[in-house]
Design a protein around this ligand. Structure first.
Ligand SMILES: *Cc1c(COP(=O)(O)O)cnc(C)c1O
Length: 401
């Protein structure tokens, strides 16, 4: 049936009255109480809420160790430092991610090298990783884009063959699993972000998971200035109870206790968040399956995905409007989409470093049609149906007959 309702952008009535965004946190009374409890306690930083969160993350992921930090970007930075990445090294990552996944290599004086994506899953293509390896390659930063885990066995095999450290940027994928193994114990190091659009939030916050005691020791040092009270790490006998040494150049990447308490409180809800996200994804998949004007992300059977983003990829050759017009038309229906992501190396800063457009053609082509549509656990069924209605309305109007 052809829906010929006039889009709001052309003067019609919007599908919904209140704007809905692509992501939103879900903070409940018990989360607030957890924060208030810390605020009334003696310690706002370096207190007991931090090891408590770290233990909770280890239980969730099966990893041996966790270092909680100020944000996901700091987590990536100390992961690269712990991996020993420095000037002259190369780090392979995907262009289809937030800038931090590549910036972490630049922070260490290394060069990010971009490997193209698989156009069906949008995750980094292991064959492309292998093509980009040189004698200078030190690590792979693989991103679980939208929450779907990357092809773990193939990337693990490549890293083992070439002696590379495998860092998984799991900012999107807390709660996901691969062949039944939870994210957090799949790679050498796994990083999380607790930004408010992510599945679990602390306002800001991040963590690195590892099961390697040596990496854990280095991650802990880099979190706090390279300072230690650990006798085994000092070059002489302690001078007394006050004594510490700075043995490396680290940073202040600490998280506060009240953020840690908020994240731990949110972790108790992860099963519920996960189920609700899955329900919404299933409904979208069903609603969009037969629409010829769009393509939706393929899921691989090994991955059990807590989806962070739902991406609709417009087939621009089947539409008489461009992505920008569709984006604007949906915004007028009060469905505010977003776009994840602009391929990193196309940014002016990266172009100044010598990166050229055309480096990863599949990522660039995918970007042209991408729209991230609302997906978060607090969405009601009515919200979900509104998003679908708005898409049908706009696609029906702009599709090529
Ligand atoms: C959000 C995000 C980050 C950075 O996390 P922050 O907590 O915002 O610093 C890194 N990588 C990816 C893929 C992200 O989505």
């Amino acid at each position: 049936m052809q829906n010929s309702e006039l889009p709001a952008i052309l003067g019609g009535t919007p599908v919904r009255e209140k704007k809905i965004y692509y992501g939103h946190q879900c903070i409940e009374d018990d989360d607030i109480e957890a924060v208030v409890k810390v605020l009334k306690s003696d310690t706002l930083t370096c207190g007991p809420a931090i090891p408590s969160l770290e233990r909770a993350l280890c239980r969730l992921t099966g990893a041996e160790y966790c270092v909680a930090v100020a944000n996901g970007t700091a987590a990536l930075h100390i992961a690269c430092l712990a991996a020993g990445i420095g000037p002259g090294d190369e780090v392979i990552t995907t262009p289809m991610t937030f800038a931090a996944s590549a910036n972490c290599a630049l922070y260490c004086g290394a060069r990010p090298v971009f490997a193209d994506i698989n156009p069906d899953t949008y995750n980094i293509d292991p064959a492309e990783i292998e093509r980009k390896i040189t004698p200078r390659t030190k690590a792979v930063v693989a991103v679980d884009f939208t929450g779907q885990v990357v092809e773990i066995e193939r990337i693990r095999a490549i890293c083992d063959k070439h002696g590379l450290i495998f860092i998984e940027d799991a900012a999107h994928s807390i709660g996901s699993a691969y062949n039944g193994v939870p994210v957090g114990s799949l790679a050498d190091m796994t990083t999380f972000s607790f930004h408010p659009v992510k599945t679990v939030t602390g306002g800001e916050g991040g963590a690195v998971m590892t099961s390697d005691p040596k990496l854990y020791e280095r991650l802990s040092l880099f979190r706090t200035h390279g300072i230690t009270r650990e006798q085994s790490l000092m070059d002489k006998e302690s001078e007394g109870g006050w004594y510490y040494q700075m043995v490396d150049l680290g940073y202040n990447y600490r998280i506060t206790d009240f953020q840690a308490a908020l994240i731990e409180s949110q972790l108790h809800k992860i099963e519920r968040f996960k189920q609700r996200r899955k329900e919404i994804v299933a409904r979208y998949n069903q609603a969009f399956a037969d629409r010829e004007e769009i393509f939706v992300q393929k899921e691989i059977p090994q991955a059990d995905t807590t989806r962070h983003l739902y991406i609709v990829q417009l087939k621009l050759n089947k539409l008489k409007a461009g992505r920008k017009e569709i984006f604007d038309a949906l915004a007028c229906e009060n469905v505010q989409c977003n776009v994840h992501y602009i391929p990193i190396y196309t940014f002016p800063y990266y172009r100044k470093l010598g990166y050229k457009p055309g480096l990863c053609p599949k990522a660039e082509a995918a970007y042209e049609g991408f729209l991230s549509i609302p997906l978060y656990p607090a969405m009601t069924d009515e919200d979900v149906e509104d998003v679908i209605k708005a898409f049908y309305k706009v696609l029906d109007w702009y599709k090529l007959q």
